[in-house]
Design a protein around this ligand. Structure first.
Ligand SMILES: NC(=O)C1=CN([C@@H]2O[C@H](COP(=O)(O)OP(=O)(O)OC[C@H]3O[C@@H](n4cnc5c(N)ncnc54)[C@H](OP(=O)(O)O)[C@@H]3O)[C@@H](O)[C@H]2O)C=CC1
Ligand SMILES: O=C(O)C1=N[C@H](C(=O)O)C[C@H](O)C1
Length: 271
């Protein structure tokens, strides 16, 4: 990409809830243009102009089904789709050396290892939540967990819209990881992702999760530190997906100045 040229950003899964917000965010941001979008082969929107898909003037970039061609035509690609698609896109980013921003949640440990391997060949930013507020909440959670210690039981409660397919949310798991980091333990040695039946008393040091789903909730997260006699609660509520989309575009612009590697939104924000 030349210094004085607009950065060309492609959006895979462009007709999804986040895909549409991401296209709006690219059009609103300075210094970048939309290079195209993808949806699955056979999708009704294939061939449509991205601008008209948003109910705006045409922008001269189309929805296609060929993600590899989109990578070739772009400086960066933003991916908020589903784990299998994201891994295929990570391989394409590695092949072409193009920036990849990944917001997809629900990746397994093995998927994350494959993403990290692909990031050896291209700059990638992977975050379960691209809002500034949630990334601040992660930093605060790490600090609070370190200060309060294991006398304070950690419970993470999240609520999302009825269409969400993964649980606990990527953000809730990220907050759990921040809490575990603050306590200097591994999250997967302490987590309890759900409870049912005669569970026995709560083990000391457990990091618990509770998942709520319903309606059109964009994303609410609370980290509770509950002790004998007091409780600290740190809460973030997203009321618009714009915050995620703006953060992802910011991450793409930041990653264009970085060497290959896997980065987080906390790296982008310097938190
Ligand atoms: N990191 C963050 O800040 C945030 C992350 N997310 C995450 O982003 C992801 C998407 O969420 P959301 O937008 O609500 O989901 P949607 O289901 O609305 O959007 C996903 C889109 O990707 C498309 N898609 C799936 N596979 C492919 C493929 N192989 N090629 C092209 N397109 C494909 C889907 O098409 P189809 O319908 O045909 O499957 C759909 O249009 C989720 O994992 C969610 O948790 C969401 C918000 C913020
Ligand atoms: O699916 C969503 O909508 C969201 N997913 C992300 C997650 O799993 O944490 C981020 C955000 O809360 C919205």
């Amino acid at each position: 990409m030349k210094r004085d040229q607009a950065m060309r950003i492609g959006i895979v899964g462009c007709n999804g809830r986040m895909g549409r917000m991401l296209m709006e965010a690219v059009l609103a941001a300075g210094g970048c243009t939309l290079s195209g979008g993808t949806e699955r082969a056979g999708a009704e929107v294939l061939g449509r102009d991205l601008g008209t898909l948003l109910g705006r003037e045409p922008v001269g970039a189309l929805v296609g089904a060929d993600a590899r061609a989109l990578f070739q035509a772009s400086d960066a690609v933003i991916d908020f789709t589903a784990p299998a698609a994201t891994l295929a896109h990570a391989a394409m980013a590695a092949e072409t050396g193009k920036v990849l921003v990944v917001g997809t949640t629900g990746l397994s440990k093995d998927d994350e290892a494959r993403l990290a391997e692909a990031a050896k060949a291209a700059p990638m930013v992977y975050a379960p939540n691209f809002s500034v507020g949630v990334n601040l909440l992660m930093a605060l959670t790490e600090r609070a967990a370190a200060i309060l210690g294991e006398d304070y039981d950690i419970e993470i409660v999240e609520m999302h819209h009825r269409h969400k397919v993964d649980a606990p949310s990527g953000t809730a798991l990220g907050l759990g990881r921040s809490a575990a980091l603050g306590r200097q333990v591994a999250l997967d040695s302490r987590w309890c992702k759900s409870r049912d039946g005669h569970t026995g008393a709560r083990p000391k040091g457990e990091i618990g999760f509770a998942t709520l789903r319903g309606g059109d909730v964009v994303g609410d997260h609370t980290v509770m530190f509950a002790a004998e006699g007091e409780r600290v609660e740190l809460t973030h509520k997203a009321s618009s997906r714009t915050v995620f989309a703006k953060g992802a575009v910011r991450a793409a612009q930041w990653a264009a100045t970085q060497s290959p590697g896997l980065y987080s939104m906390r790296d982008v924000l310097g938190l």
